[in-house]
Ligand binder design. Structure first.
Ligand code: TRP
Length: 483
C-alpha cells in the first residue's frame, strides 16, 4: 500500500469507536422491547450466554482478520489469499457485509431520525407544558413523509460528514465525545431509576430466571440479537480492526467492547422498566406495541408520571440519538472503506457516493411507511396471494410488506447470520491457526497456548456454526416451541 493508512490514535479510541458501533438502537430500542416481550429473566440469561459464548469469539475473529490484513472486508480476503493461501472466493463475505450494511443503514437512519423528533417533542413539552397525545399520533407521525425525509436527511448528513473526515480526525474524534456523554447520561438516568419504587420488581424481572418461561422463539431471538447488537456478521469489526495498531491487544479490546455493550443494554432496561413498574397502569399502554415502547410510551411516562421528567426526558433522547449516530457511522464506513480500498476513490468521493446511494434507499423506506403509497405493500416476489411468488415471500420474508421490514428481515435474518457463519467457518477451519494465535497474542514464549484460545477456537469450529445454522434453519422452517 503506497500511502500511509489512517489509524486509530489510541487503543481507547478504537474501543470507544467499536463500542460506539455496537451500542445503538439495538441496545436502547430493540433489546428493552424484546426482553419485555420474552418476560425477562430466562431470556436475559440466554442472551448473556449467547453474547459471551458466541458473540465474543466472533468479535475477536472479525477484528483479527481486519488487523492482520489492514484492509476492509472485500480486499481482506484477497490479502489472506496471498498471505496464507486460502481461497480468494472468501471475499464474498465482504460483499455480503456491504450489502448488509446498506440494508441496515437505509432503515436504521429512519428510526434514528425518530430520536430527533422525540427530543424536539420533549423539549417542547418541557417549555410549553405537557399535552397528552391523540390516539394514532405515532401512525400519523411515521406516515408524514416530508417530516420523515427531513429527519432521516439530517441524521444521514451528520453521519456522512463525520465519516468523510476519516478515522482519527472523524470517527475517533466524534466517538470520543459521544461515548463519554452517553455513559454519563446513562449513569444519571440509572441513579434516578434506583430511587424509584419499581426498582425491586425491575431487578427481579430482569435477573431472576424463570426457566419455564423460556421459548424456542426466545432463544432464537436472543441469538440473533447477539449478532445485531455487537455489530457482527457484516465485517464492520473487520473494517474497524483494520485501522488498529499491531501493538494493541485484540482480546482485551473485544472483552471491553462486549462488556460495555451488554452493560448498556441492561442499564437501558433498568431505566425503562423501573418507570413501567413504578406506574403499573402504563403497562397497558405498551402492551399494544412493545416495539414502539421507546418512542411512544416513554416520552409520555417522563412527562405524565415522573418527577424531574421534564429535564430527564430531553436528555434521554439525546442519549438515543448519540448512540444511534455512532452506529450509523460504522454502517456507512463499511461501504466507504470498500470504495476507498478496492476502487481507489478518495474518501470524500467515496462517502458522497455511498451515502448518496444509501439515502436513495432510505427514501424508499420512508415512502413505504405511508400506507397511502403503493410501495407500502412492497414484497420482493410480488404481491400475489398465491403461487410461487407468494411461497417465496413466505419462505424468505415471512410475507412481511414494505421496505422497512424487507431490509430489516433481509439483514437480520439472512445476511448477518450467513456472513457470521462464513466468518466463523473461515477462522475456525480454514485460516491457519498460527495467524489467529499470533494476532490474538495468546501464546507465551515457550509456545504454550492460553486455554482461552482453545475455547475460542473450539467455539468457532463447532458451537458458533451450529448455533447459526440453527437460526437459518428456523428462519426457513419456523421454530417449534419446546413447551
Ligand atoms: N450494533 C448496532 C446496534 O445495536 C447496529 C449496528 C451498527 C450493526 N453496525 C452494525 C449491526 C453492523 C450489525 C452490523 O444498534
Amino acid at each position: 500500500m503506497s500511502k500511509q493508512r489512517d489509524q486509530w490514535g489510541s487503543s481507547l479510541g478504537f474501543v470507544l469507536a467499536a463500542a460506539g458501533s455496537a451500542v445503538g438502537l439495538g441496545n436502547l430500542w430493540k433489546f428493552p422491547y424484546i426482553a419485555w416481550d420474552n418476560n425477562g429473566g430466562a431470556f436475559v440469561l440466554v442472551y448473556l450466554v449467547c453474547i459471551a459464548l458466541i458473540g465474543l469469539p466472533i468479535m475477536m475473529a472479525e477484528i483479527l482478520i481486519g488487523r492482520r490484513t489492514q484492509s476492509s472486508p472485500v480486499p481482506a480476503f484477497g490479502a489472506l489469499h496471498e498471505q496464507t493461501g486460502t481461497s480468494k472466493r472468501w471475499s464474498v463475505v465482504g460483499w455480503i457485509g456491504v450489502l448488509a450494511g446498506v440494508s441496515i443503514l437505509c432503515f436504521y437512519a429512519v428510526i434514528a431520525g425518530w430520536s430527533l423528533s422525540s427530543f424536539a417533542q420533549c423539549l417542547n413539552w418541557s417549555i410549553n407544558g405537557y399535552t397528552p397525545p391523540e390516539d394514532g399520533a405515532f401512525g400519523a407521525f411515521i406516515g408524514n413523509t416530508g417530516l420523515q425525509f427531513m429527519l432521516a436527511l439530517m441524521f444521514s448528513g451528520v453521519t456522512a460528514f463525520i465519516v468523510m473526515r476519516g478515522i482519527s480526525r472523524g470517527i475517533e474524534k466524534a466517538t470520543k465525545i459521544l461515548m463519554p456523554v452517553l455513559l454519563l447520561i446513562l449513569v444519571v438516568l440509572a441513579i434516578n431509576a434506583l430511587t424509584m419504587k419499581g426498582i425491586g420488581q425491575t431487578l427481579s424481572f430482569l435477573f431472576v430466571p424463570r426457566l419455564n418461561e423460556l421459548t424456542t422463539h426466545g432463544v432464537l431471538e436472543a441469538l440473533g440479537h447477539a449478532f445485531f447488537t455487537l455489530s457482527l456478521g457484516m465485517g464492520a469489526m473487520i473494517t474497524y480492526g483494520s485501522y488498529m495498531k499491531k501493538a494493541e491487544s485484540i482480546t482485551k479490546a473485544s472483552v471491553a467492547i462486549v462488556v460495555l455493550d451488554t452493560a448498556i443494554a441492561l442499564i437501558a432496561c433498568i431505566i425503562m422498566y423501573t418507570i413501567l413498574f413504578s406506574f403499573p397502569e402504563s403497562q397497558d399502554q405498551i402492551s399494544a406495541s412493545t416495539a414502539g415502547m421507546l418512542f411512544t410510551t416513554m416520552p409520555h411516562m417522563f412527562y405524565s408520571k415522573m418527577a424531574g421528567g421534564a429535564i430527564l426526558g430531553p436528555i434521554f433522547y439525546i442519549l438515543v440519538a448519540f448512540a444511534a449516530l455512532s452506529s450509523t457511522i460504522s454502517l456507512l464506513e463499511v461501504s466507504v472503506a470498500l470504495l476507498v480500498d478496492r476502487f481507489s476513490m478518495t474518501r470524500v468521493k467515496a462517502t458522497l457516493a455511498a451515502a448518496g446511494s444509501i439515502f436513495a434507499l432510505t427514501i424508499c423506506v420512508i415512502f413505504s411507511l405511508n400506507s397511502g403509497f403503493a410501495v407500502s405493500r412492497f414484497k420482493l416476489f410480488g404481491t400475489a396471494d398465491s403461487g410461487l411468488g407468494y411461497r417465496l415471500n413466505e419462505i424468505f420474508f415471512k410475507n412481511k410488506q414494505g421496505f422497512m421490514d424487507f431490509f430489516d428481515h433481509l439483514a437480520s435474518n439472512w445476511l448477518l447470520p450467513v456472513g457470521g457463519l462464513l466468518i466463523t467457518v473461515y477462522v475456525g477451519w480454514f485460516l491457519n491457526k498460527k495467524v489467529s494465535l499470533d494476532e490474538l497474542g495468546l501464546q507465551d514464549e515457550n509456545g504454550n497456548v492460553h486455554p482461552f484460545f482453545k475455547v475460542f477456537h473450539f467455539v468457532l469450529r463447532y458451537i458458533a456454526p451450529l448455533a447459526i445454522l440453527y437460526i437459518i434453519y428456523s428462519v426457513i422452517f419456523g421454530a417449534e416451541d419446546f413447551t
